[in-house]
Design a protein around this ligand. Structure first.
Ligand code: PGA
Length: 257
């Protein structure tokens, strides 16, 4: 199956500072954005702004969350379950982002989170990516291990509800001062590799249903080349998603084939 739809995900991270600013930001994005057919835009604000953002984007963009607990409910102070996210209108959720893995999130937690999101009908956006590139290609092994561990019990029949974001940590703007964006070739070789691992795990037909995004310093200047040559079906955007006109310029490059 050839995937013709494309996805643009705004990962606001821990921004902006207040609810009023969040409202201002989403109103500006909504006003400027025309969503081309075959393209879906997901806005993932901090949990406390989900409600506010949902009211503004309803019917135009989809609502995403940046994190979820793998637990159902109960004594887990500070945590938010997939069921709770679903009840406020969330349909996508980022899982295994490197900034959360750096805070101690483990592979087995990532696996549990995927399972609970699927149960709640939320599409997971599973982030994978190496810390650095070596000349011997060890970084392929890093991404392979992340994928195999996260998808150990993932049902092949649900792969159309899985999104994978390849985010090399060395290219994430906030993680690395002076980060360099991956070249379209860097992204392309890893996207092919990810598809190969998915094929090993689930077979070719099922593997073809997974949408693979690129993330890491995507902006209004590099998005056209990245989209044309990386094989990605869209982007996970951090910094540029906080600048409405830049985000909208990226969106314009995503015309479906
Ligand atoms: P960036 O972040 O676009 O600011 O590099 C991307 C991400 O971490 O999801």
């Amino acid at each position: 199956m050839e995937i013709t739809s494309r996805l643009l995900v705004a990962n606001w991270k821990m921004n902006p500072r207040t609810r009023a600013e969040a409202k201002e930001l989403i109103l500006a994005v909504k006003k400027q954005a025309r969503v081309p057919s075959g393209v879906e835009v997901v806005i993932a604000p901090p949990h406390v702004y989900l409600d506010e953002v949902e009211k503004v984007i309803r019917g135009k963009f989809s609502l995403g969350a940046q994190a979820v607990s793998g637990e159902k409910m109960g004594a887990f102070t500070g945590s938010v379950s997939a069921g709770m996210l679903q009840s406020v209108g969330v349909t996508y959720c980022i899982v295994g982002h490197s900034e959360r893995r750096a805070q101690g999130e483990t592979d087995s937690e990532v696996e549990k989170q995927l399972t609970s999101l699927l149960k709640s009908g939320i599409t997971p956006i599973l982030c994978v990516g190496e810390r650095e590139r070596d000349t011997h290609g060890k970084y392929f092994g890093v991404v392979e291990a992340q994928l195999r561990s996260a998808l150990r019990v993932f049902p092949g029949s649900r792969l159309a509800q899985l999104v994978i974001a390849y985010e090399p940590i060395w290219a994430i703007s906030t993680a690395t001062p002076g980060a360099r964006v991956a070249t379209p070739d860097d992204a392309h070789e890893m996207i092919i590799f990810i598809r190969k691992i998915l094929t090993d795990l689930f077979g070719r037909t099922q593997a073809g249903k997974v949408r693979i995004l690129y993330g890491g310093s995507v902006d209004q200047k590099n998005s056209t080349a990245l989209l044309a040559h990386s094989g990605a079906q869209g982007f996970l955007v951090g910094g540029a998603s906080l600048r409405p006109s830049d985000f909208v310029t990226i969106l314009k490059t995503l015309h479906a084939r």
